[in-house]
Design a protein around this ligand. Sequence first.
Ligand SMILES: Nc1nc2c(c(=O)[nH]1)N1CN2[C@@H]2O[C@H](COP(=O)(O)OP(=O)(O)OC[C@H]3O[C@@H]1[C@H](O)[C@@H]3O)[C@@H](O)[C@H]2O
Length: 266
Amino acid sequence: RLWHQPLKHREWNGTGSTAHFQDIFLGRCYIYTQLVQPEFRPYHMQHTFETKLLIFTSHVLSLRDRDCKKIEEAFRNAFISKDPCEVTEEDYHPLMELASQTVPCDKTVFWSRTKELAHQYTWVRQEMFTLENTLLGYVADGLTWCGDSGSSEMNYQSCPDWRKDCKNNSVTVFWKVLSKMFAENACGMVQVVLNGSLSNAFSKDSTFGGVEVHNLHPEKVHTLQAWVMHDIGKSPSDSCSGSSIMDLKSIMSKRNIKFTCQDNYR
Ligand SMILES: Nc1nc2c(c(=O)[nH]1)N1CN2[C@@H]2O[C@H](COP(=O)(O)OP(=O)(O)OC[C@H]3O[C@@H]1[C@H](O)[C@@H]3O)[C@@H](O)[C@H]2O
């Protein structure tokens, strides 16, 4: 009778792994890597992908050779059968090596607390790439995943909450590792879209401020161009002359990267 007992997963404060995780992951991976199936492509990626393909051909098509099943297996092996509060950056390294991509110089877009606007921008400016326009960012966006040290199954009931359970959980560590690699691979002039409706458009506690800024290579990246955008209909709380942007400017100056800033770029 014991064999019929459903495995008891540890209880966490966050929502559980996304249902049908593996199907979603594989489906998104095939959409991204195969491109030749326009009817499968989500509308917002359709035109973007064709144009991006022309610019990005050497990188994206090389991904086609990397079997999506191998990528999904490497992703799963990073966290399955592990305590979801003990997942390390090293756990994700085999996946990063298998699915690493580089974005053409001058085409990288970072964002912080401006996810929707940043992706509207890269939809219109199809030659620009956010992290979610790369394979791993695209397949993982919006998903939740965690395992359990006593099981080979994903925990669909609950996963650690960043505040109530642990910061180094399987999802947060993934985005930290991927964001770091995205920043390390950036070159030329890079952009960042910041939120002028917040009192601090730049925050050292964000992924952009705490990870990406510190992983830009000054010998590859010559300029960081910031756009401080505030919500239409709301008065701006921060701007290029605000103290948080001055902090960003000073970090860039210490890292020998030129810094420019524009308020409400058209
Ligand atoms: N779906 C995505 N998630 C994330 C990306 C990303 O590109 N896509 N991230 C991080 N990230 C996760 O989203 C939250 C909220 O970011 P939010 O608080 O809104 O802003 P962050 O600066 O923390 O993160 C955005 C920055 O990091 C990459 C992307 O290249 C952007 O330049 C943050 O805690 C990360 O765990």
